[in-house]
Write a protein that binds this ligand. Structure first.
Ligand code: AMP
Ligand code: MG
Length: 420
């Protein structure tokens, strides 16, 4: 354990992330799947191309193909044939000749350049060129997108729609991806009531899981939702045991603080181990990271590299659980799923007004960025910043990332922002 409640300081967010990334190892098991099912999955092996893309030199325009040398002293060439995409002109284009060529058609032997049809006139069997092309004009070269033998997409890449098209363009229909990560989700609190049911005195609607489930959809995850568990040590312990046996990662929200009904830390101590449980982040200070020992190796777990499940205990306050998921759980999910980790990029904006901040914790305030009439990027806080005020996220378009030791940001000073 590197930091506990007994230690005086809070763990700086970068140390928390480094600590988690050092411990968590990527899942190694992979599976072969159809390319069309691969959106959002992580490549387990490099995809290497067996072909050039495009496979041949071809025309980038509808127009006429010729040797550009022929047009130096002469503006007219004899039209001798046509090349369509998929139907090449099989003969050689000789001196003084040209052919009609369509976009994507293979360049015939002898020709080296294309003039688009808008720059030509055709009279009988003669084409009059109004433009003298440079050598190679409007010709797409074989292999200019992808070279045969090159790595098209590297192992560890999460597949976006563009990557799917890129892999398809080299003729590959099946790929090897890291298996899904199994994630258990638990909400805990006596007051939590599922939406759609009447609310009793002192109760509130459970809302965090709706955000967390939706956020998890961005990852290659199979979700086990354990629902709402009461603030009761026995119940919680049983659910944690079950979740730890079935999942690679268990996420809980609520009960991780130091209140009388906060049992998460105690149970975690018992069932596994805690690495740290207080991070210098606002909102979200009580964030626990550790492991749950697997009690019995569940069926789904049998493939897993580790017998233990990683555990992230998120705070219950809605904004805190959302922000700690995005800032602290996301790196863990990326690492587990075999993705190459890269920190979220920041942009710089100017504070449109005073931004209140106390030194001590990195603050992820919810903001709105916009351009003023001078074209400058400005940012301002989106209303109240309390950790229970979910509208501060819902209506915002960025985080204003304020460093741990920084204090108030004055109007006109620069602020790092992370657009949503
Ligand atoms: P806790 O972390 O359990 O001390 O909870 C902190 C605050 O967040 C309390 O006001 C809880 O009622 C609230 N809370 C905890 N869990 C949830 C949840 N799943 N959905 C909405 N609010 C929650
Ligand atoms: Mg609670």
């Amino acid at each position: 354990m590197i930091e506990t409640c007994d230690s005086p300081g809070l763990l700086p967010i970068q140390s928390a992330i480094s600590n988690m990334l050092e411990q968590v190892t990527a899942i190694l098991e992979n599976e072969q799947i159809e390319l069309e099912d691969a959106l959002g999955r992580v490549l387990a092996r490099d995809v290497v191309s067996n072909i050039n893309v495009p496979p041949n030199d071809n025309s980038a325009m509808d127009g006429y193909a010729m040797r550009c040398e022929d047009l130096v002293d002469n503006k007219q060439l004899k039209l001798v044939g046509t090349a369509l995409a998929g139907t090449p002109f099989e003969k050689r284009v000789l001196v003084g000749q040209c052919i009609r060529i369509m976009t994507g058609a293979v360049m015939p032997q002898g020709a080296d350049s294309v003039v688009m049809q808008e720059n030509t006139d055709v009279k009988d069997n003669l084409v009059i060129f109004k433009q003298i092309p440079e050598y190679g004009n409007s010709v797409r070269k074989a292999g200019e997108d992808i070279q045969q033998g090159s790595v098209v997409v590297a192992k560890g890449t999460k597949l976006t729609p563009a990557y799917l098209a890129l892999i398809a363009s080299v003729g590959i229909a099946e790929i090897s991806v890291v298996r899904h990560i199994t994630v258990g989700l638990i909400a805990t609190g006596d007051e939590l009531t599922p939406p759609g049911q009447p609310l009793s005195d002192g109760a509130i609607y459970e809302s965090n899981r709706y955000a967390l489930r939706a956020l998890l959809k961005a990852f290659p995850v199979v979700l086990f939702d354990f629902g709402i568990v009461k603030d009761n040590k026995e119940d919680l312990r049983a659910v944690f045991e079950q979740a730890g046996s079935h999942c690679d990662l268990v996420l809980s929200c609520g009960g991780v603080s130091v209140g009388d009904a906060d049992y998460v830390k105690e149970i975690l101590d018992d069932l596994g181990g805690i690495n740290f449980w207080k991070v210098a982040i606002k909102p979200g200070k009580p964030f626990a990271f550790g492991q749950l020992r697997s009690q019995s190796k569940g069926q789904l777990k049998s493939q897993s590299t580790s017998a233990n499940a990683w555990f992230c205990g998120l705070p219950g306050n809605p904004v805190s659980s959302y922000v700690t998921f995005e800032q602290l759980v996301t790196p863990v999910l990326k690492k587990l799923s075999g993705q190459i980790y890269s920190p979220t990029p920041h942009f710089v904006a100017k504070a449109a007004c005073l931004i209140k901040k106390r030194a001590g914790r990195a603050d992820y305030q919810r903001g709105i960025f916009y351009r003023n009439e001078q074209g400058e990027l400005l940012v301002k806080p989106n209303g109240k910043q309390g950790s229970g005020i979910m509208s501060s996220i819902a209506n915002a378009n960025c985080y204003m990332v304020l460093e741990q030791d920084s204090e108030d940001v004055q109007q006109g000073e620069t602020v790092n922002i992370q657009p949503f």
